[in-house]
Write a protein that binds this ligand. Structure first.
Ligand code: CMP
Length: 137
């Protein structure tokens, strides 16, 4: 059993895709072990994406991720990190396989509907960024 962090980003929340995206996880063996709707502050978005701070897209990414509400979730299941990444599809929705979340619900590399942890180690850090132990059930 693994846990991974998923974020439904401001674009997908604004378009009313929360339920449809959660259905992809639950229908594919990923259980929602924790969930909250938040409006990230600039500081929270900066800290969460600190690993990208030297990339040219960092400022725009922080602005976008704090532009409206998001839904953060702890997904739990067998091979949850990899399974979530398969369900999401490629970072750039134009390159995402048919039937993936990003192919179906995203518009651009920035407004790409969802974030998912890219390794088990990052998943642990990202889950701890948003959730206290007692919030994961
Ligand atoms: P995410 O999985 O949330 O991790 C970092 C995010 O940066 C990524 O999804 C994209 O939404 C965003 N991003 C914006 N521009 C780029 C880019 N040129 N390359 C990679 N990621 C980008």
């Amino acid at each position: 059993m693994e846990q991974t962090l998923s974020i439904i980003k401001p674009d997908a929340v604004a378009k009313g895709f929360i339920g449809k995206i959660i259905d992809r996880f639950e229908s594919n063996g990923l259980r929602i072990a924790g969930m909250k709707k938040l409006h990230l502050s600039t500081k929270q978005a900066e800290d969460f994406y600190a690993v990208h701070k030297d990339r040219p897209f960092y400022a725009d990414l922080v602005k976008f991720m704090s532009s409206g509400p998001v839904v953060v979730m702890v997904l739990e299941g067998e091979n949850a990190v990899l399974k979530n990444r398969e369900l999401m599809g490629a970072t750039n929705p134009k390159e995402a396989d048919k039937g993936t979340i990003r192919a179906d619900f995203a518009q651009s590399i920035e407004a790409n509907a969802v974030h998912g942890s890219d390794s088990l180690e990052n998943a642990k850090n990202e889950v701890a960024f948003f959730f206290d132990g007692h919030e994961i059930l």
